[in-house]
Design a protein around this ligand. Structure first.
Ligand code: ZN
Length: 289
């Protein structure tokens, strides 16, 4: 299959993108006579298309097979699915659908490139920047546990129901920043930081099920909520946790409170959002302030 070059994908007319990305498109079920594939960004972007760090929602006839760049995407019993584009996603993605009646379609999606900030953070305890062997063993155990959680692909419908701000406060860190900790380049910042006083309530950005509520090395008191179809939110550095693993939560339910546990220079919420193992930018999915 010929691969679109970056240049070609960027040159796709915006009008064509808009036609693929009608925001009402995902509400009606495709019928035999209707479109095979409906796919739209979960959040309106400046250019109206798909973008790096973005979540997209789709719908196909139930029982269809869907792949994104050749990798299978699980489709819910209602035909709904989610896909996400990483921070460094290529400019072109290829979504392929085969319906139970044999119809098939391949859709080229143009993924807009974003500019990422550089964030320098100094004054962190050196043990947090360069952990020793014993700490590394703990960190690796926790990473493996989270990697397992990121394989969850449940049938809960909440990923498509919209999200709310989990806390009120000042945005003190954005998604995708290249981080330089105590002068050393580190992995990018895969979350949104909201600074507010310790004790400020932290709410679930969407409904779902708590899949982790524990004290972790880097993220301190951490709650993760599964919203379905691989979409999982993460709330870090909490001063307290009000929920337990396996608990069902409603959108807006208090999960705990803002704190500075784990690797944090001051009280803030680190909000993470993933589609399976792919980190996404939560901010475009939240209502305009
Ligand atoms: Zn953060």
């Amino acid at each position: 299959m010929p691969r679109l070059t970056r240049r070609t994908a960027l040159a796709l007319p915006i009008g064509l993108l808009a036609a693929c990305a009608g925001r009402e498109g995902v509400t009606a079920a495709p019928s035999a006579a209707g479109p095979l594939l409906e796919i739209a960004p979960a959040a309106a972007t400046a250019a109206g298309g798909f973008s790096q760090g973005g979540l997209a929602l789709g719908r196909v006839p139930p029982g269809s097979r869907v792949t994104l760049d050749g990798r299978p995407v699980r489709v819910g019993p209602d035909g709904r699915f989610a896909i996400g584009f990483g921070r460094d996603a290529d400019a072109d993605a290829r979504l392929a659908v085969t319906a139970p009646d044999g119809r098939s379609e391949i859709r080229a999606l143009a993924v807009l490139k974003r500019e990422w900030q550089v964030q320098r953070i100094n004054g962190l305890p050196q043990a947090m920047v360069s952990p020793d062997a014993r700490q590394l063993a703990r960190i690796n155990r926790e990473r493996a546990r989270i990697a397992e959680i990121r394989k969850l692909d449940s049938d809960m419908p909440h990923f498509a129901e919209g999200f709310i701000w989990p806390a009120q406060g000042r945005i003190s860190g954005v998604f995708g920043s290249q981080r330089i900790l105590n002068g050393e380049p580190r992995t990018p910042h895969f979350g949104l930081d909201i600074a507010a006083p310790t004790g400020t309530p932290v709410k679930a950005m969407g409904g779902g099920r708590v899949v982790l509520a524990d004290d972790l090395y880097f993220t301190g008191n951490t709650v993760m909520v599964d919203h379905g179809r691989g979409v999982v939110s993460l709330y870090a550095h909490l001063s307290r946790m009000d929920v337990q693993s396996d608990e069902a939560v409603a959108r807006g339910q208090v999960l705990g409170a803002i704190g500075a546990t784990g690797r944090a220079t001051g009280p803030h919420l680190h909000l993470g959002l993933h589609w399976l193992a792919t980190p996404l930018d939560p901010q475009p999915l939240l209502p305009a302030a």
